[in-house]
Design a protein around this ligand. Structure first.
Ligand code: FAD
Length: 373
């Protein structure tokens, strides 16, 4: 692909979603430039910490399920040297009336997804490392699992470059200008570029480029903790969710020397500037997670690793995937609210379809920005 301007599309922000958009655009033969402020697969945004959960019986809203069906298909097409998707199963535990349990059951019923119901006794027999609450129920989604987040970003960028895309790293987008019916000019720390279509996938920085939405998002500082374990069965765990009064705790099987990764999806400290986020641990968060582990994963040992990451929270916790209200040739994903990564390939496909075909067959009306005004 000749590298000449104007590009068919520029992708602003080559992180979790931008890397997928870059790849999906390159797959369709578009001339595309990705612009990334840091390196590919860095740890300053929202897509690091090794792994992300993928599941289909979506308690957040059943309307996500058709998008997940397509995301699952697309994950299978990414033929990386090491597997990116590990289907170890997802076990969600909570009181029978909790939002998570009833949400999973609703999504599973509406979309005919297989779910196995486990009692606390079944759970203890199958996964001796987990101690469920005696009054809770477990729902096991066998084809759920985890994704290798940085590996998938690197792989999609590498494939996009192989197909002729260009990617500028350590390059900051300063601004963009558009005029109806004209190409868009993107100003960066490495010069100015022209493009027919602009795709904004800037994660926690989305508000800098989507001023109409800036006030809508809250950036949360979130913590990931890894705990060591001598218990070999920790490698055989499924992904686990525990819906408890002091948080929605979740974790991953042990996959390497760092041990079992555990975090609390609830809460988080609101921050003003994502560039100035502190990497320091938070003693309250650690104490809450430790006390959860003591009760529900009692064989875990000391903390081995800690990372900070950002959620970009929308007012209702749902994504915003849309076209810019003033410019027909600007599309974006924003406000992924701490659950967007599993959708990366389908969001990349949607953005590529919108940019190149001006429409997408995927059902995304429920994610439109209109609902926020
Ligand atoms: C702790 C934690 C746990 C999570 N767990 C899960 C999970 O289990 N499952 C799941 O599906 N999701 C999960 N998520 C959410 C998911 O990781 C995010 O929704 C997703 O990765 C966000 O991708 P993104 O592309 O929007 O943001 P990012 O990956 O942060 O990408 C945005 C990119 O834009 C770049 N950028 C910004 N401004 C500029 C600029 N001016 N110039 C150039 N580049 C710029 C940034 O450098 C960055 O690389 C989790 C998130 C966190 C923080």
């Amino acid at each position: 692909m000749p590298d000449k301007q104007p590009y068919d599309a520029i992708v602003l922000g080559v992180g979790g979603i931008g890397s997928a958009a870059l790849y999906q655009l390159a797959l369709r033969g578009a001339s595309v430039l990705g612009i990334e402020r840091f390196d590919v697969a860095h740890s300053r945004g929202s897509s690091h910490g090794d792994t992300r959960v993928i599941r289909k019986a979506y308690f957040e809203h059943p309307d996500y399920v058709p998008l997940l069906e397509r995301a699952y298909q697309l994950w299978q097409t990414l033929d990386a040297p090491q597997p990116l998707f590990h289907p170890c199963g997802v076990l969600s535990m909570g009181s029978p009336k909790s939002e998570i349990i009833s949400g999973i059951q609703t999504a599973a019923r509406m979309h005919h997804l297989p779910i196995e119901v486990l009692s606390p006794t079944d759970i203890k027999a199958r996964y001796p490392g987990l101690v469920p609450h005696p009054d809770h129920v477990g729902l096991l989604e066998s084809d759920g699992g985890y994704l290798m987040v940085e590996d998938a970003i690197r792989f999609q960028v590498k494939e996009a470059l192989r197909l002729g895309a260009r990617c500028l790293t350590n390059t900051r987008v300063e601004s963009w200008n558009a005029k109806a019916g004209h190409n868009i000019t993107v100003h960066t720390s490495q010069g100015t570029f022209e493009t027919a279509q602009l795709i904004i996938t800037a994660g926690a920085w989305a508000g800098d480029f989507l001023t109409h939405l800036q006030s809508k998002f809250k950036i949360l500082r979130k913590h990931l903790h890894w705990f060591g374990s001598e218990d070999r069965q920790m490698s055989d765990l499924p992904i686990f969710f525990f819906a408890l009064p002091d948080g929605l705790f979740y974790g991953f099987p042990q996959i390497d020397q760092w041990g079992v990764k555990v975090a609390n999806h609830a809460g988080g400290e609101s921050i003003a500037n994502p560039l100035k986020i502190s990497p320091a641990p938070d003693s309250n968060d650690l104490a809450t997670v430790r006390s959860f582990c003591a009760e529900h994963l009692p064989t875990l040992g000391g903390q081995q690793r800690h990372e900070v990451c950002m959620y970009t929270q929308s007012p209702d916790g749902h994504f915003v995937v849309d076209r810019h209200p003033e410019y027909d040739n600007v599309f974006f994903t924003a406000g992924l609210s701490g659950h967007g990564y599993k959708f990366a390939p389908v969001l990349g496909e949607i953005l590529a379809q919108l940019a190149l075909d001006n429409k997408t067959p995927h059902p995304i009306d429920f994610l439109s920005a209109k609902r926020l005004f």
